[in-house]
Design a protein around this ligand. Sequence first.
Ligand SMILES: Nc1ncnc2c1ncn2[C@@H]1O[C@H](COP(=O)(O)OP(=O)(O)O)[C@@H](O)[C@H]1O
Ligand SMILES: [Mg+2]
Length: 276
Amino acid sequence: MTSAPHPHGPGSGSGIVLHSLGKRFRIGPAKTVTALDDVNLSTPQGAFVSLIGPSGCGKSTVLRILAGLETPTAGDVTVNGTPVEPGHQASGMGIAFQDPSLLPWRSVRRNIALPLEIQKSKDNGIVDELIDLVGLRDFANARPGQLSGGMRQRASIARALTVRPRFLLLDEPFGALDDMTRQRLNFELQRIWMQRSATTLMVTHGISEAVLLSDYVAVMSPRPGHVVEVVHIDLPRPRTAETMRTPAFHEFIDRLSALLFSPDAQGDDHAGSDGR
Ligand SMILES: Nc1ncnc2c1ncn2[C@@H]1O[C@H](COP(=O)(O)OP(=O)(O)O)[C@@H](O)[C@H]1O
Ligand SMILES: [Mg+2]
């Protein structure tokens, strides 16, 4: 097991780079909330990175900044070498958030095709390819309301992949699912990611899910959130149910649990900085 506070291998710095990132929200005429304070992260291009941390520590805020949906109040962010511009979604970005937000009146196929229609790009068979990839062929013409929760999540991940993303953002994509469905979708996501090699950032509450899927797991402190440590998960791929029974897998889980519950990771709502 290796632990890399700041990974600096070949290609490092060209994936996701968060540099001294800060975000304060104004919540009333004279009050602000510091969601993020001096967040630093640097990962290689094509890596699968998970972000874990207590509820309210700013994980979704990091993703929303990366998606161009929120403007940082300090620092800067680049993805695959390109600076993220607030109000502007980078090209080649796929996003799947916890609530699949499929359009109820459109079929699964037409939901998955939506990003292509918006971009006015040609299908070239990718929609069918993705429907097969996420195992929804028999449901391609069904409406979202006719699908199970797991199927809706798979449709939402397929939709995020239609633009052939070089950069994938996932915010608790399986958060609302039962454990069995979640584990099956984790293996499917790994398979999809291994085929497509997009730089990926996934927010999750599941430590075991983070270890299973990630090359790097970034642990955040409570609000104001910052990255406490980045753990390099160097388990061989593809990772299987067998991998989950190995001592190495459990050592990573123990290490991440210790970081999440360590005094270093215990923030203070009123502290301006990381409070170490
Ligand atoms: N639009 C907003 N306005 C005010 N405060 C916000 C807004 N978005 C998030 N926050 C605050 O920022 C902090 C981090 O939120 P969030 O990024 O959603 O955390 P997480 O995803 O880790 O649970 C929370 O305290 C939350 O209340
Ligand atoms: Mg969140």
